[in-house]
Each structure stands twice: as structure tokens, then as C-alpha cells.
Design a protein around this ligand. Structure first.
Ligand code: ZN
Length: 306
């Protein structure tokens, strides 16, 4: 069978990164029949280097703790750490006095072991509520630090899964804390909390709860988010469930109940991909090349991009 290869010319991609297409080599490939084959991820040893940095976390809000991390791995988290490293590179330890050591410890696990925080199904009943709060607290912190999207999105998946496992939703009290502490209106954690309130309006006596009205009246942004959530969600869907809606390219597993879009609470940059489709490489044919350009979201849930 004749193969077709598409060279990806995006910034930072290795030269041998490519897309295979299963179409007739005589015709240029279209965006709908392209299968993306991601380049193999670089190994930990490739990217970690040998330079380390000391990070001192806590102090102002509890005990402080010192961590030693490979600088390259810290910078690979992006956002706050990338910017802070430029400043602190040669000036001693990096200090995060207003943050919690247990949050930073989870980041260390992520960069070295790829482990995204979650709440185990075996967590004792009396510890579940606080574990769920800590998971949301972790998300709020990495969102504040503007870290890489994949960590944000996988943590949000973990929040959905954990609440689903325990047949629970964020409490109104937790939602209030999130709306108070997280100022970014586009925060996906705020959206998840508001969606939780809205889809539970019929099942929970929130409408009789004065705190609920106090929350809505506390500022215009929260009221706007409430109205937006009412127009988007209803009580017949489960916001903790990622629903691929039968899409064969969705890799997250299919469910029989009505959930939300797998990327409903994700953040994505749309990436403009300039690719070169190379056709007719078999049996005496001269290779022909066709340029292609398109937008696609970066999400580990999808195998194909239309
Ligand atoms: Zn996504």
C-alpha cells in the first residue's frame, strides 16, 4: 500500500514528526482524513539536564519547606516558574512564602513521575471532603500560576472523576470560597463550580438557602456567570462526566449517560499547523507535495483533528 506522509513544520517539532494519511495518493489530502501521529515525547533524562534549583515554599501561611528540583523541569511547567526562573536563575533559592508546601510537592510529583493529583476511591469517608477541597485548591493554585495547559486540564479531569467517584458535587461553601479566592472570571474552576450549582438546582434546596442569594448578589460577575451557566447546562446532564457523544476519535471512553463535552472545562490554545502533505511515494511515483494549513485544538483526548 502506498503511504502518504505529512511533515509537520510547526515550531519546535522534530524533523521526523509526520502525519500519515490513508487516502488516494493521487489527490491532495484534506483535513478530515488526516491522522495525527504525535512525535514521541522526549524522555525525562533528555530534558532534565543537571542544573538544580532550591525552592522554599511556605512561611507566611504555615511551616516552610525546602525542595530541590531540576531547573529545566521547573521551567517546563511554564507560566510563573518560567518567568520567575529568569529572575532567580543566579540569585539563590526561589521563594514562594504565600503558598503551601503540599501543593508544590504535588508539582514535584508531576514533573518527575507524571502523576496528576487525584483522590483515591479508597479514601476513607471522613477524609473525602477535605481531599476534594485540596484537589480544588491545587487547581486554583496552578491556575493562578498560569502553568501548562496539560497539567491544568488533567487536574480538571481528576476533579470531575473524583467527584463522580464519591457521588458528590462541590458544596456551596466550597463554591463561595472559590468565587472569593479565584479572581479570573474565565477560570475553569469557577465555571465547574457554577455548573455544579446550576445542574443541582432541582435536587438541592439551594433556592431556599439565603447563602445562595447572598452569593449571587455579592457581585455582578458571579451573577453573569450564573446566567451563562443556566443557559448552557441543565439538570439532565452530569457535569462530572466527559461525554464523547459517539465521536470515534475521542479517546476518553464512551458513556451511556448525558455528560458534558470532554473539553468543557479545559483550556486550549488553538494551534495553527502548517503542514506539508507528501503523496505518491510508492512504486515508481515521484513524490508530490501539497501545503496545508489549519487550526486544531491541542487535546490529549483526541486522536484525529478535523
Ligand atoms: Zn481538551
Amino acid at each position: 500500500m502506498t503511504s502518504i506522509q505529512v511533515a509537520l513544520q510547526g515550531k519546535g517539532r522534530p524533523e521526523n514528526d509526520y502525519i500519515k494519511c490513508g487516502t488516494d495518493p493521487q489527490t491532495p489530502s484534506t483535513s478530515t482524513d488526516i491522522v495525527v501521529v504525535p512525535a514521541p515525547a522526549p524522555s525525562l533524562s533528555d530534558i532534565m539536564g543537571c542544573q538544580v534549583i532550591r525552592v522554599i515554599v511556605g512561611g507566611n501561611i504555615g511551616p516552610e519547606k525546602s525542595f530541590t528540583v531540576h531547573s529545566n523541569l521547573l521551567v517546563s511547567l511554564g507560566g510563573h516558574f518560567e518567568q520567575k526562573y529568569i529572575v532567580h536563575k543566579d540569585t539563590g533559592p526561589m521563594e514562594l512564602p504565600n503558598d503551601l508546601p503540599e501543593v508544590f510537592a504535588k508539582l514535584v510529583n508531576y514533573v518527575y513521575a507524571g502523576t496528576v493529583p487525584s483522590v483515591l476511591a479508597t479514601t476513607p469517608l471522613q477524609d473525602q471532603a477535605s481531599a476534594l477541597v485540596k484537589l480544588c485548591q491545587f487547581y486554583a493554585t496552578i491556575e493562578k500560576w498560569n502553568l501548562v495547559e496539560e497539567l491544568l486540564n488533567k487536574t480538571m479531569d481528576s476533579i470531575q472523576d473524583s467527584y463522580h467517584t464519591f457521588k458528590d458535587f462541590p458544596t456551596l461553601d466550597l463554591c463561595k470560597k472559590v468565587f472569593t479566592a479565584v479572581k479570573k472570571e474565565e477560570s475553569q474552576l469557577r465555571k465547574f463550580c457554577m455548573a455544579s450549582i446550576v445542574t443541582n438546582l432541582k435536587d438541592r434546596p439551594l433556592a431556599k438557602n439565603d447563602h445562595f442569594f447572598t452569593l449571587l448578589e455579592s457581585n455582578g460577575a458571579i451573577l453573569r456567570e450564573f446566567v451563562a451557566a443556566v443557559s448552557k447546562f441543565d439538570h439532565n446532564q452530569d457535569i462530572r462526566v466527559r461525554d464523547g457523544n459517539g465521536d470515534p476519535n475521542f479517546l476518553g471512553g464512551h458513556v451511556t449517560i448525558r455528560g458534558v463535552s470532554p473539553c468543557q472545562f479545559h483550556v486550549h490554545k488553538e494551534v495553527r499547523e502548517d503542514i506539508l502533505v507528501r503523496c505518491g511515494t510508492g512504486e515508481g511515483r515521484e513524490p508530490r507535495e501539497y501545503p496545508f494549513s489549519g487550526l486544531r485544538p491541542e487535546c490529549y483526548f483526541y486522536r484525529y483533528f478535523a
